[in-house]
Design a protein around this ligand. Structure first.
Ligand SMILES: Nc1ncnc2c1ncn2[C@@H]1O[C@H](COP(=O)(O)OP(=O)(O)OP(=O)(O)O)[C@@H](O)[C@H]1O
Ligand SMILES: [Mg+2]
Length: 324
């Protein structure tokens, strides 16, 4: 927190590989991303495109058989790749923390939720239990948990999905990290609770926390993010300011994602879909990963990987339609 750089997070040409039965795959392929301090940045893309793997790389929580093959991850100006597990433990929770899609899998079912948050405090700070309890209850109140003293004594199963997610957010925010990573934080919640949680994230952001929000849902991204990266088959294919992305999507994949959002207008009642499925990572073509599903596909598309090109300041796209 002391080291205040202009960018909270700067990922440069990050590559992550996994050894599988079908050979080496690259779920994170040459990813570069920046989160300016105090901003909310989104990653959107279909299931399996590498969103969580990117987040896990930042947290130093990659699964076994996975390897960072190259690139750099700067958090507040400090390089995280190459950190030992012990160094990463010091960073996790205090400088960067993450909330997951399903809080039930991340909370300890046999421990009172209040105590679980106390533990996070006591891992990073030498404070007496009574002091930690006070801090936890204050944080519960800050994230909109009513009757925080009573909730402190509850076990996870005694709380609703929305309250459990608030506990997770309290746990993630308790050390006031520079960066909060939220990986599909509202996917398991109904829409009213989703709206409350998104509002809460906006409030946390206003109080100074930079946020990386991961979702397959463009509606969620539109509500909270300042800037968006569109991910497809391990790569970013488009990135832009949220308004530019929704007003003028460039990549055929982004256009497809936007077309797949349900429209309430009667004349547009037919829901468009992107035909085909995300390709298997072990069978990616040499060229653009989207080529086989793309209506605009040209000869060079499946042979040659397009490069990221800037069409307007801050709006970049990886597509041969826009390369000079
Ligand atoms: N433990 C693992 N072992 C082998 N391959 C994995 C493992 N976890 C993920 N993968 C591969 O990495 C790819 C990216 O996975 P990732 O979890 O990052 O996708 P995602 O974009 O977060 O998808 P979702 O929207 O479903 O959460 C997957 O398609 C899968 O092929
Ligand atoms: Mg995921």
């Amino acid at each position: 927190m002391e080291n205040r750089t202009e960018l909270t997070l700067k990922i440069d040409h990050l590559n992550v590989s996994i050894k599988t039965e079908n050979g080496l795959i690259k779920p994170v392929n040459d990813i570069s991303l920046e989160i300016p301090r105090g901003k909310v940045v989104g990653i959107v893309g279909e299931s399996g495109c590498g969103k969580s793997m990117t987040a896990r790389a930042v947290m130093g929580l990659l699964p076994p058989a996975t390897k960072i093959e190259g690139g750099s991850i700067l958090l507040d100006g400090n390089e995280l790749t190459g950190h030992s597990e012990e160094q990463l433990c010091g960073v996790r929770g205090s400088e960067v923390s993450m909330i997951f899609q399903e809080p039930m899998t991340s909370l300890n079912p046999v421990m009172k939720v209040g105590r679980q948050v106390d533990e996070v405090i006591r891992v990073h700070q030498k404070v007496p239990l009574a002091e930690a309890r006070k801090m936890t209850i204050e944080m519960f109140r800050a994230v909109g948990i009513s009757e925080p003293e009573e909730r402190y004594e509850c076990y996870p199963h005694q709380l609703s999905g929305g309250l459990r997610q608030r506990v997770m957010i309290a746990m993630a925010m308790i050390m006031k990290p520079s960066l909060l990573i939220a990986d599909e934080p509202t996917t398991a919640l109904d829409v009213t609770v989703e709206a409350q949680i998104l509002r809460l994230m906006k409030e946390l952001n206003k109080s100074g926390t930079s946020i990386l929000l991961i979702s397959h849902n463009l509606g969620v991204i539109a509500q909270v993010c300042d800037y968006v990266y569109v991910m497809y088959a391990g790569q970013f294919v488009e990135e832009a300011d949220v308004f530019a992305l929704f007003d003028q999507p460039l990549h055929p994949y982004t256009k497809g994602l936007l077309g797949a959002v349900t429209s309430l207008r009667r004349e547009e009642a037919v829901l468009e879909t992107i035909h085909g499925v995300v390709p298997d990572f072990s069978e990616l073509p040499d060229g653009c990963g989207f080529a086989a599903r793309c209506e605009k596909c040209m000869e060079r598309c499946s042979a040659l990987m397009p490069r990221m090109a800037e069409t307007e300041p801050g709006h970049r796209v990886r597509c041969h339609l826009y390369s000079a």
